[in-house]
Design a protein around this ligand. Sequence first.
Ligand code: TXA
Ligand code: MG
Length: 368
Amino acid sequence: MNTIIEKINENNISIESIQRASAILERGGLVAFPTETVYGLGGDGLSALAATKIYTAKGRPSDNPLIIHVAEIGTVYDLAEDINDHARMLMEAFWPGPLTIIFNKKDHVPGSTTGGLSTVAIRMPSHPVALALIKESGLCIAAPSANTSGRPSPTCAQHVIEDLVGKVEMIIDGGAVGIGIESTIIDVTGELPIILRPGYITKAMLEQVIGEVVMDRALEEVGEEIKPKAPGMKYTHYAPKGELTIVEARVEKKQRLEEQYGVLKDTVSYSKIVSKINKLAAAKMAEGFKVGIIATEDNAKDYKADLVINIGAREDALTVSAKLYGVLREFDHEDIEYIFSESFSNDDFGYAIMNRLIKAAGHRMIYV
Ligand code: TXA
Ligand code: MG
């Protein structure tokens, strides 16, 4: 298949380009497009055939449901049943934006889009190109992240091209995305709202609007017995080809040092992380392997490896999230076999970043 690469400037959107993309979707074809979180691979959300094409292009298991993207809150009422106060308040507060809400689906929403579930995931993205495409097509657009299943989600058009060229009709190049990790998913169909996937919209932000919210237990505990409620969260996702290990300071130790040394704490624990990572890297390089390191800005200059990538300042979560998946792909390009990463703050949005990093590492963590 010939894939059209269509450049669209989000600040000056070409109507002709949007019309070309829209025509493809209306004919049942696939178009990859930017959202504020990651690039999506779009198809007609009410077409079982389009859903099948999406699964094939991504190589994705068909029990892993897709998110439907809308451009107006009103459309949700055509797709979902039992829309309660929690859902209404969240849509008002966070849409358009990086929040996906789970609803009970109406019958005409095909099971092939929802992975056979009786619920449907819906979100209204805030990216102007995504909104323009949904509006022009008059469709609701089913769109998973536009990566090959198992690879890191795409945060720029080049990543999509790597994975999907020749497999989809069009890839819209709208530049780099802003957030870089996928939307927060919340299920409000029960009494107690549950976060199924953490993201830029944090637990605290959600609680300000609807009161108590809990995390899906499967996010907190590693173990085969607890099945995540978002089917996609069970797969080893976001994996780079090299084996990734996170090196983290033991929190208790850090707290103790904090009490003991006050402001010195950071220097103390982070320098331990740096020397631990350098030791691990040196051992692998001595065995002849290619080694990469994910470093924070402060420490980047202190590492020795085949490829050291500065992912941004520890306190600048949005920079770290925007760069994370691109960094993982860079290690793949350089055929890095072992990757060691510092850990990042687990607070607020940092929780979502660590969730993705830990998944990419297949839960391999070393404490110092
Ligand atoms: O930011 C995002 O959400 C991006 C952009 C493109 O919008 N999309 C995205 O889609 O991340 P995807 O397919 O890569 O991830 C969708 C996640 C999966 O973990 C899936 O299992 C879950 O949403 N999901 C979809 N429908 C669901 C449902 N009815 N119940 C529970 N989880 C659902
Ligand atoms: Mg995905």
